[in-house]
Design a protein around this ligand. Structure first.
Ligand SMILES: Cc1ncc(COP(=O)(O)O)c(C=O)c1O
Length: 404
């Protein structure tokens, strides 16, 4: 198949720093779950800007609200009251059953703030070298602290010395974390994704999440749940941990929160809400009126349009379509995930499918080398889900029929 290959950007973009291998196409506009490239080709969007475009593209209600906000005030400063910050914070607290929010601009910034909260929480309790439990295959971002927390040697390569103060355990292994609790008196927090995203769509089990909550309570640790990718309605609840009926103490959010406008947030419960005082943390752009309006409107529209129910229902339909289409196909290891966060693990690396899917009119991503990831907008329709499976299933079958 003559699919576009991922290319280093040097040829097409000589002045852009070469941090991504890119497909040689550029998107010009979108509508709902569809996007068009500059050559006029149309794609069904199974990626949504990597779990970002919650409301799809050019949602008329969001566009109108953002136009209105841009005409009034884009940015002010955290030196003054920002009423839209309070509005978004209050809504997030209500939805999460938590109490206070710090706003920033991205997932790594939210995680960076969470890690600072954990350290200060420890220092406030007389622990001079606080440590945080983190996970194999985790992904928390690419700043020095968050890449140190990340459980992927490729992300860390070349950036030593890493930040110290992390203890790493395998996911869904309660014995391992109990062992840490027995051996290490410096631990102050546990930090995990409820569903590991970049690591290959690996969910923490309900039983494990409850057990970790219990262990955190027993030892006075903070439970910090990175919901940057799996939160904001993607799994069919506002936050993925709500399936386990637990509450974290700290919850970093980003990606889908502004439906494309950069917004990050750290939502805290009573144990963590007062750890930062004036001067402990800050940001120039974080929480600016444009970003806050995007967050407020995204939440409002999600509710108005029943997008949690939609994510759960259409996600189940899409997963079923993939499972049925791939049943018995040698080389398909597992179809997993919840709502509109779906991973299809193959028995061998399949990065080439990115280009082949684009050639066939579908946007997706491949993560952890062999996991095809679908994280479409939460407005995806039944028909679009069926089309997605109808494009993807034959591509996977064809790929797996080739000699490795
Ligand atoms: C779970 C998780 N945390 C943090 C991040 C980092 O977010 P950002 O790229 O906005 O810094 C990501 C990005 O993929 C993520 O999936």
């Amino acid at each position: 198949m003559n699919a576009p290959e991922i290319v280093p950007p040097a040829a097409a973009e000589p002045h852009v720093m070469k941090t991504y291998g890119r497909l040689p196409l550029a998107l010009s506009h979108g509508q709902g779950c569809w996007v068009w490239d500059t050559e006029g080709r149309k794609y069904l969007d199974g990626l949504a800007g990597i779990a970002v475009n919650t409301l799809g593209h050019a949602h008329p209600k969001l566009v109108a609200a953002l136009r209105d906000q841009i005409g009034k005030l884009i940015h002010s400063s955290n030196y003054y009251l920002v009423p839209l910050q309070e509005q978004l914070a209050a809504r997030l607290c209500e939805l999460a059953g938590m109490t206070n929010v710090f706003f920033c601009n991205s997932g790594l910034e939210a995680n960076e703030a969470a890690l600072k909260i954990a350290r200060k929480y420890g220092h406030d309790r007389g622990i001079e070298r606080p440590e945080v439990v983190v996970y194999q295959n985790a992904f928390h971002g690419r700043s020095i602290a968050t890449l140190s927390a990340t459980g992927n040697p490729k992300v860390q390569a070349g950036f030593a010395p890493l930040v110290e103060g992390f203890v790493r355990v395998p996911l869904n292994d309660a014995t391992a974390i109990e062992g840490v609790a027995r051996a290490n008196r410096n631990v102050v927090a546990v930090f995990l994704e409820v569903i590991q995203g970049e690591g290959g769509i690996h969910p923490a089990t309900v039983a494990y999440l409850r057990e970790v909550r219990r262990i955190c309570d027993e030892h006075g640790w903070l439970l910090m749940l990175d919901e940057v990718q799996c939160g904001m309605g993607r799994t069919g609840k506002w936050f993925a941990h709500q399936w386990a009926g637990i509450k974290p103490d700290v919850m970093p959010l980003a990606k889908g929160l502004g439906s494309g406008v950069p917004v990050g947030a750290v939502v805290c419960g009573p144990k963590a809400a007062d750890v930062f005082g004036p001067g402990n943390h800050g940001t120039t752009f974080g929480g600016n009126p444009l970003a806050m309006r995007a967050g407020v409107e995204t939440l409002r529209i999600m509710e108005e349009e029943g997008l949690l129910e939609n994510a759960a229902r259409v996600g189940a339909l899409l997963k079923r379509g993939l499972e049925e289409g791939l049943a018995g196909v040698a080389g398909v290891t597992e179809v997993r995930g919840r709502g509109l966060m779906i991973g299809i693990e193959l028995a061998r690396p399949c990065g080439v499918l990115l280009g082949r899917a684009a050639e066939a009119g579908l946007m997706l991503s491949v993560t952890a080398e062999r996991v095809i990831r679908l994280v479409p907008a939460l407005i995806l329709s039944d028909d679009e889900a069926r089309r997605m499976a109808a494009i993807l299933v034959p591509l996977i079958r064809e790929f797996l029929a080739e000699p490795p």
